[in-house]
Design a protein around this ligand. Structure first.
Ligand code: FES
Ligand code: FES
Length: 167
């Protein structure tokens, strides 16, 4: 049995330590935001945040996770109450098919947590590992830029930048 801490909650999982986190999220825990794209660390559709860094959950075995903190798109907000990063993607209508978007949002969230002052060049470089085959990259970049401005304003006002932080 392996205990995983996901979005602030502990989950006991009975699975081989080599099982990819993505499979456990989707198949065992019902957290379907992270998507299976390539399974090879080449597309970013499965991106989650491990401690403070964006990782490919398709390449992350659950055996390395005890004592560490995983965040998924479900931890950033809900449909009824989206977090600031999710709201920025909605406002900019950044999704076409939407398959890449949860991974994009998690990559962007980690990027701005590490570098709240990220400019356009830093955002472009930071988002490089994640691919969008629909071609909405320009909208995605606009959404991350909008989120950066809004998250800076929220921090200055003493407001949380995720729902998880608000709890
Ligand atoms: S599914 Fe993980 S990087 Fe593509
Ligand atoms: S919106 Fe379709 S892959 Fe990005």
């Amino acid at each position: 049995m392996i205990t995983l801490t996901i979005n602030g909650a502990a989950h006991e999982v009975h699975a081989d330590p080599a099982t990819p986190l993505l499979y456990v999220l989707r198949d065992e825990l019902g957290l379907n935001g992270a998507k299976f794209g390539c399974g090879l660390g080449q597309c970013g559709a499965c991106t989650v945040i491990l401690d403070d860094r964006a990782v490919f959950s398709c390449l992350t075995p659950i055996g390395v996770l005890p004592g560490r903190r995983v965040r998924t798109i479900e931890g950033l907000g809900t449909a009824a109450s989206p977090g600031p990063m999710q709201q920025a993607f909605i406002t900019e209508q950044a999704a076409q098919c939407g398959y890449c978007i949860a991974g994009m949002i998690m990559r962007a969230q980690a990027l701005l947590e590490q570098n709240p002052n990220a400019d356009d060049a830093a955002i472009r470089a930071g988002m490089q590992p994640n691919l969008c085959r629909c071609g909405t990259q320009m909208r995605i970049l606009r959404a991350v830029g909008r989120a950066a401005r809004e998250m800076r304003a929220r921090k200055q006002a003493g407001l949380p930048t995720t729902q998880e932080a608000a709890r």
